[in-house]
Design a protein around this ligand. Structure first.
Ligand SMILES: [Zn+2]
Length: 282
């Protein structure tokens, strides 16, 4: 199918109580593996390119690869900008035909975050493209000792409500205890906080930093209102480990390395689609 925004699928997931994963891809074989998993599981899904890739020299080629592979797949696939670093990066993604974009101003003072998010929303909506933004800040797992150590940057429910009302954003990434990359301590989610945000905000809520959470934590987060979960680190780590195994094999071939990337992506993406309840929902 042609690339399509994930918005309708997220609203359906929200009504029916499951979540849709976003998978970060970086090169051709990761794209192939991700789309193969979506096809096999008959699931809607989001293929995402990080901001640096969209700002870099091969952005259009990466987009073309996702678009052509998605067109051959019988399931709805969205192409999303992950953590758009500036207004300009978001505009570049719009010009390249992304179906959904995230602007991340979560490190800025909230008033600045609101102002830039609002400008991005205005431009994106003119083209019919939904926008995700983040309020509170999802930090790095490497700095994560415990939920209490992350407490200061968690999302405040009243601020989240004001942020959504003032910016007109379509999906909201919230900081509820998860973190990007591998966790130094044990990840814990503040489900009471998530429930309080859910009460004030009715658009799809997004959890970043999925790698390292247990299946139970995913289920609890989804039952409490998370509708989209971003996965990146686990995919990269599994693919790297598999390439390491190829290197250790008696006759490592070039093609065994590239196949290892696609296979690792396909397996791990399929796993998350099952855990989040997205399998069979295309
Ligand atoms: Zn993220």
């Amino acid at each position: 199918m042609p690339l399509v925004s994930i918005q309708a699928s997220l609203h359906r997931a929200q009504a029916e109580g499951y979540a849709i994963p976003l998978f970060d891809v970086f090169e051709f074989h990761s794209i192939v593996g991700t789309i193969a998993a979506l096809e096999k599981k008959r699931a809607p899904g989001i293929v995402a390119l990080p901001s640096r890739w969209v700002e870099g020299p091969h952005a259009a080629a990466h987009v073309a690869a996702v678009r052509l592979l998605a067109e051959e797949a019988p399931v709805p696939i969205a192409l999303m900008l992950d953590h758009g670093s500036s207004f300009e990066a978001c505009m570049r993604a719009l010009s390249l035909g992304f179906t959904d974009i995230m602007y991340d101003g979560s490190r800025l003072p909230v008033e600045e975050n609101i102002a830039t998010t609002k400008a991005v929303v205005r431009a994106a909506h003119a083209l019919g493209v939904p926008v995700e933004a983040e309020v509170g800040h999802v930090g790095l797992g490497a700095d994560y000792e415990s939920l209490d150590s992350a407490r200061d940057s968690l999302t405040d429910p009243a601020t989240a409500q004001r942020f959504v009302e003032e910016t007109g954003v379509d999906y909201l990434a919230v900081a509820i205890g998860s973190a990007h990359g591998l966790y130094k301590g044990e990840p814990q989610l503040d489900l009471e906080l998530l429930a309080a945000i859910r009460q004030r905000v009715d658009i799809p809520l997004v959890m970043h930093g999925g790698t390292g959470l247990s299946e139970q934590q995913f289920r609890d987060a989804i039952a409490t209102g998370i509708v989209k979960v971003n996965i990146g680190t686990d995919l990269m780590l599994t693919a790297s480990r598999r390439m390491g195994e190829v290197a250790q094999s008696p006759k490592p071939s070039f093609f065994a390395y590239t196949a290892a990337i696609s296979k690792a992506y396909q397996e791990r993406c399929a796993y998350y689609l099952d855990v989040f309840g997205a399998s069979g929902k295309a």
